[in-house]
Design a protein around this ligand. Sequence first.
Ligand code: ZN
Length: 248
Amino acid sequence: MLLYSFIFLLGTVIGSFLNVLIYRLPRQESIIAPPSHCPECGEYLKVRDLIPMLSFLLNRGKCRYCAKAISWQYPVVEVLTAFLLTILYHNYGLNISFIIYSILICILIVCSLIDLQYKIIPNKLTYPALITALISSIFLNHISLMGSLTGILVPGGLFLLLALLYGKGLGMGDVKLVAVIGAVIGWQFTLIGIFLASLIGSITGLVLMIAGIMDRKTRIPFAPFIGLGTIISLFYGEELFSILMSLY
Ligand SMILES: [Zn+2]
């Protein structure tokens, strides 16, 4: 129980760092300097302003200096990260797979939030992730080098083909993101994730169109759905795979 609480708290701290990445990466700002500040008034934040979730609650979602509202995104990302890492720990225990999948989940969260707001997936994240994933497949035993390579080529190739054929719907950012996922979890689980992402994405698109929130031309950011599909595949992939096989 103590370890669960520790992982959860650590998750909120990591989530807090992910918020910094989500804010700064698309703005081409440095991740290290300057220190955290309010985006409205520029006031540097003190330790008491930086406690995950707690600061947001104590300050009632406002900046302590200028009283401007702070985005809901901050506590949501902190809780989401903590929640997902705790489930991951529950499923895998403390081992190398837990660490590698935790990093993947963090990348998925950052890409999803940036894609939602800016409709881009930053190369600054996908390129280093791809290289790190490949190198770690050589030295660690969560996946073989061959598994990692086919994980890049099969889903990446599929998305590249779709992006070239259909253009607007899928971007090169999506191609690189599925390649990163494939490099970490292999092509089979990635394809299950993509299948789930397409299913959930289509239903969401349909609902939004019926509700009149978007029309046929609106581009839905795909990263949040890929992220969701991958996470489901990571937790329930084995079960889904055997169900698909039995249907086949
Ligand atoms: Zn402020």
